[in-house]
Design a protein around this ligand. Structure first.
Ligand code: NCD
Ligand code: ZN
Length: 349
């Protein structure tokens, strides 16, 4: 008999872009519908590089929560060549900043201020290692000579392996893993390393970006890979291995900035995230593994308590809107106008 319902503890999103100001009126309610907590990415303009900025941003997010919402933003700092160990300590002491994000300079949206060379960050990383504060890595090199489809693998060989060798205790999250190379590395490593996996890298591959014309709303970074990598991600996510957990990388951009001669990277999924993951796990015959991936393993890795409210999903079609209002501009969400086969039936008090 096919499973029609599944109940799991309330999930968390361990990789989320909320943007700022009036955009929060769309992004925060969408994420707060079903997620209890989210790791908030710091790639604003200007980036969130100080504890003071992160705490002010946290207040703006809290103010955008719907009435009665318990949603908790878990803040991060944006690592730069100049991040001091004192700043890391201040962030840790604030009790609201849970991690630090490494964007190799130029790797993705709003990453110009990112790290040019990790040797500039030796003190900051050593302090994070001492404090048990995770480093969240955008795992792609930016060398223009390296093919975009190989940038994740080259990052593992050239940046990640030496980093792990230098700092054997530094907790690391390999964000939005997109290749078999990344999931194999994370699975086999004896280092304290885990990986987030997005709904779009589980549901799409590069054909969805390029066959029949260019699909700008499927353009994200790291770019969608071939279907054999997609298969490796599905296997990892549905394997029950606690090193793999939910991180949507929901990254909103207005329609006009994606449908452009130089469209920007990012896919918006917060309007339907847990429902999309349920589809993936259902299709893989692994709905029993969704609880660990969505509700347990991320909290365990970050050393935070698991959530206690219960979320029930049921297998029932619903249609995604064609567009969403994003600061007064249209935004095309993932699966716009299409059917999703799972929906949330209940979230307990
Ligand atoms: C993200 C964004 O738009 O902020 N874009 C994306 O394609 N994922 C940045 C990022 O996470 O790389
Ligand atoms: Zn991201």
């Amino acid at each position: 008999m096919t499973i029609q319902n599944i109940t799991l503890p309330q999930p968390d999103d361990w990789h989320l872009h909320l943007r700022d100001d009036s955009a929060l009126n769309t992004t925060v309610p969408d994420s707060a519908r079903y997620f209890k907590r989210a790791i908030i990415m710091p790639n604003l303009q200007p980036p969130v590089t100080t504890t003071e900025q992160a705490l002010a941003y946290r207040q703006r997010i809290l103010q955008a929560r719907p009435v009665g919402s318990y949603f908790q933003p878990l803040m991060t700092l944006y690592l730069t060549d100049n991040t001091s160990e004192d700043e890391i300590q201040r962030a840790y002491d604030s009790q609201h900043i849970y991690a630090v994000k490494l964007y190799p300079a130029g790797a993705t949206t709003n990453s110009a201020a990112g790290v040019t060379d990790l040797t500039h960050c030796t003190e900051a990383l050593a302090r994070m290692s001492q404090l048990g504060m995770p480093l969240l890595v955008h795992g792609e090199v930016t060398d223009p000579k390296i093919d975009i489809f190989d940038r994740e693998k080259v990052f593992i060989d050239q940046i990640l392996q030496p980093l792990i060798a230098r700092l054997p205790d530094l907790k690391i999250v390999f964000e939005h893993a997109t290749t078999r190379d990344a999931v194999d590395f994370v699975r086999e490593s004896s280092h304290p390393i885990a990986a987030t996996i997005t709904p779009h890298h589980l549901l799409l591959n590069r054909n969805d970006l390029l066959v029949g014309g260019i699909h700008p709303h499927h353009y994200c970074l790291p770019v969608l890979k071939r279907n054999t990598h997609q298969q490796a991600l599905i296997e990892a996510a549905t394997s029950g291995d606690p090193k793999f957990f939910l991180g949507t990388d929901s990254a909103p951009h207005a329609q006009h900035s994606k449908e452009s001669g130089c469209g920007c990277a990012g896919i918006y999924s917060s309007h339907a995230a847990i429902e999309l993951y349920a589809e993936v796990f259902d299709a893989a015959g692994a709905l029993d593994k969704l609880t660990g991936f969505a509700s347990h393993f991320g909290a365990d890795f970050y050393g935070l308590p698991r959530n206690t409210r219960q979320l029930t999903l049921s297998k029932q079609d619903w249609q995604v809107p064609d567009r969403i209002d994003f600061s007064g501009q249209p935004l095309i969400p993932m699966r716009a106008g299409e059917i999703i086969s799972w929906q949330v039936a209940n979230l307990s008090d």
